[in-house]
Ligand binder design. Structure first.
Ligand SMILES: [Zn+2]
Length: 255
């Protein structure tokens, strides 16, 4: 049922595989994930395509990307998928995201040990849906970590994992990756601000105003519901988000 020349399983294309490998290789250079840590995925129909477990990024190729079924987490093709596959699946279940990036970036991790929430020290936080919550610590790869990460993601496109790292979501892999960089940058800004004094932060209405202004600047584009809005409880993830929307995420509910 391939619709495109390079499509293989249910819409996972060679371009998807190459995109995952390319972003995985960028993570070390961008100081988002040292060694083989971190992982990335995209959702296409009833499958996710995710980076494999324990394979150095410089040796990873498109054929090493694993396909996992969202309904039962069964491996459809590829080597051993990331140990954090349960967490990716939980976040897809809880959101309309089409891509997820999991990082071990240093400033985010440092702050995860002392904060319950990363405050909005810059208006760029609007792109993440507001102050980013820190999910309680649980061992990597566990369903407990997956559940707490999904809960802490509510209304956001990012979540921080205590003593561990972070995840960012988006309608495309590129947007999820940029959000991972934005989150690390925001953590660094907050770190520096704390050293200098007590940071002034932006409230929810200020962030909503930013989201509205961005939307106005993109006037004329179709603005679908946020890809981060969870589907109605019990409903399967909608198929519409496989086509990346061009819009910004919808802002959180007004104050
Ligand atoms: Zn991790």
């Amino acid at each position: 049922m391939s619709a495109a020349p390079d499509a293989d399983h249910a819409g996972v294309s060679l371009a998807d595989r190459e995109g995952l490998v390319g972003c995985a290789r960028r993570m070390a250079a961008d100081d988002l994930a040292p060694g083989t840590s971190g992982n990335l995925s995209v959702r296409r129909g009833g499958l996710i395509a995710i980076t494999p477990s324990g394979l150095p990024y410089e040796r990873m190729g498109p054929a090493d990307i694993c396909l996992v079924r969202t309904s039962d987490a069964a491996l459809v093709s590829g080597p051993r998928p990331s140990t954090e596959t349960p967490m990716h699946l939980a976040l897809y279940q809880a959101s309309h995201a089409a891509a997820i990036v999991h990082t071990h970036s240093p400033f985010v991790i440092a702050l995860s040990t002392v904060l319950d929430e990363l405050p909005a020290v810059h208006y760029a936080m609007a792109d993440l849906g507001g102050p980013v919550r820190v999910a309680p610590y649980a061992r990597f790869g566990t369903t407990q970590l997956a559940a707490s990460a999904a809960a802490a993601l509510a209304g956001r496109s990012a979540v921080i994992l205590r003593n561990h790292g972070a995840l960012t979501c988006g309608p495309t892999l590129e947007r999820a990756y940029e959000r991972a960089r934005t989150l690390e940058w925001l953590a660094r800004v907050y770190w520096y601000a704390q050293l200098a004094g007590t940071p002034q932060t932006l409230n929810e209405s200020a962030l909503t105003e930013v989201s509205d202004a961005i939307r106005a600047l993109r006037y004329g584009e179709v603005v679908p519901p946020s890809e981060e809005t969870p589907p109605p409880s019990g409903a399967a993830p909608p198929p519409s988000e496989e086509t990346p929307p061009p819009s910004e995420a919808a802002p959180p509910p007004g104050s």
